[in-house]
Write a new protein. Sequence first.
Length: 302
Amino acid sequence: MLRAWRLPSALTSARARRPPPGRHSRRDRAPLAVASSSARDLSGASSPAGPPPRFASHEDLVAHLRALRGDPLESDGGRVVVHRGVPTARIMIVGEAPGAEEDARGVPYVGRAGQLLDRVFAAVRLDTNRDCYVTNVAKRRPANNRDPTAAEIAYYLGFLEEEIRLVDPAIVVLTGRHATRALLGADVAKEGISKIRGRWRRDRRGRRIMPMFHPSYLLRNPQKTPGSPKALTWDDIREVRRVVDELGLLDENARRDAIVESDAEANAQSETRDETTRENERLERMNDSRRDDSRRVNDSRE
């Protein structure tokens, strides 16, 4: 079982601090709109590789990706890694590309960085498998864990945009500079992840977008002193949790899951009824056949 990500001791007193009545901190202000001309509409604007493909359902998208051929990272030999978590989740986490562990298991964010990501979210009572949908921009592992190139990201971006359209999250958490550059645009990302992390933006659909440090960066910078990457990430994830509560997203997740379960139960009941009907029809045919055989025997005796 993963250990909860501990709050840096130097910051324990900061949790209780709130702005005085009538005043608002910078984080309480309305989220900033993405003003850059290169910022993307995450619901399906054209990508550099062309218009994003469209699918009728999330299942269709996943099936298409599982059978993907001819993409720029296929020659690197990695398998396609799509997602983990809940396809109806209202919180989406986007990374850059699978690593060695993700490639081996076929699931995103399950290596050391993924385990730290889980602890970061668990620190504010968010379960990445139950409350979130986790994916990457690039769908295969680049050889030797190198960074994906701009051309590779551009190729896979349309699929990510379609994931976002189909999952329809209220919050998108971008981890690291590659995810931030892909979905917010180069004009925003050129400021650097250190400057834009922790600040809300919105896409044209009203989704709230939060850039954060990539967990692998936190592994390389393990200090927990005030102002350190881990301390800043603690601020960012608390802000994500604040908005989750403000929007009631966990309750909404439960409602959406209940609808999915209800639909699944209805389908199962329908399949059971169909099977019962087929069995009854089979038995009726057998009885008819026996009656016919009995009549033929009686006829022959007469």
